[in-house]
Write a protein that binds this ligand. Structure first.
Ligand SMILES: C[S@@+](CC[C@H](N)C(=O)[O-])C[C@H]1O[C@@H](n2cnc3c(N)ncnc32)[C@H](O)[C@@H]1O
Length: 184
């Protein structure tokens, strides 16, 4: 039985999108580091903090990314800084049945797939610098339209960077930035 979410299709699609964005010298936060591959990539050219609720994910990522600050946080509960870039590949799979162990928390998104996504979207902007960017992976199973509407309500415009069709869903990488009007 897995203890930590292994790098998967969503991880690789997210990595591909982030690589094409080519940012460097930024202060980044990864929420939900899992195995640490995304944090490790970001840390090649940026200063990176990473958080997770799974102690094993924190341990593995600390080992993998020695320069980074990796710590326990339930989303932003222990985050104190503001960042240029925030990235999150959230648990998004909708399931009627309740799941509860720490590994299930890496993929289980509650009944509508949005249990963690909505909490994240409620708060992320408080931890993002004025000109900061947020990148999130989303599945077609967990209501992309609602994500884009929520971002719009908060004064963020969003862009779809990448999509990938899988057997039963489509994966989507979203980039969000504050609208110019709201940057003043
Ligand atoms: C889909 S996995 C992504 C892991 C890794 N970033 C990747 O792309 O392979 C989601 C990660 O978010 C973590 N997570 C779930 N709920 C969280 C929460 N409330 N706060 C912080 N991390 C959370 C899980 O433990 C898991 O490591």
């Amino acid at each position: 039985m897995c203890e930590v979410y292994p790098p998967s299709e969503d991880t690789f699609l997210f990595l591909e999108a982030l690589k094409e964005e080519k940012f460097e010298g930024r202060y980044c936060l990864e929420i939900g580091v899992g195995s640490g591959v995304i944090t490790e990539f970001l840390a090649e050219n940026n200063t990176v903090d990473g958080v997770d609720i799974n102690p094993k994910a924190i341990e593995i990522t600390k080992r993998r990314c020695k320069k980074c600050r990796i710590f326990y946080s339930d989303l932003f509960s222990s985050v104190r800084d503001k960042y240029d870039i925030i990235v999150f590949n959230p648990p998004y799979v909708p399931e009627e049945k309740e799941f509860g162990d720490i590994y299930d928390m890496s993929w289980y998104g509650g009944k509508n797939g949005r249990r963690i996504i909505d909490r994240f979207l409620d708060d992320f902007d408080m931890y993002l610098k004025k000109n900061g960017r947020m990148y999130m992976l989303q599945s077609s199973l967990s209501d992309l339209k609602k994500t884009i509407e929520k971002l719009k309500e908060k004064g963020f415009r969003s862009e779809i960077l990448k999509t990938k069709k899988l057997f039963f869903e489509e994966l989507i990488v979203i980039k969000a930035e504050r609208d110019i009007i709201n940057k003043r």
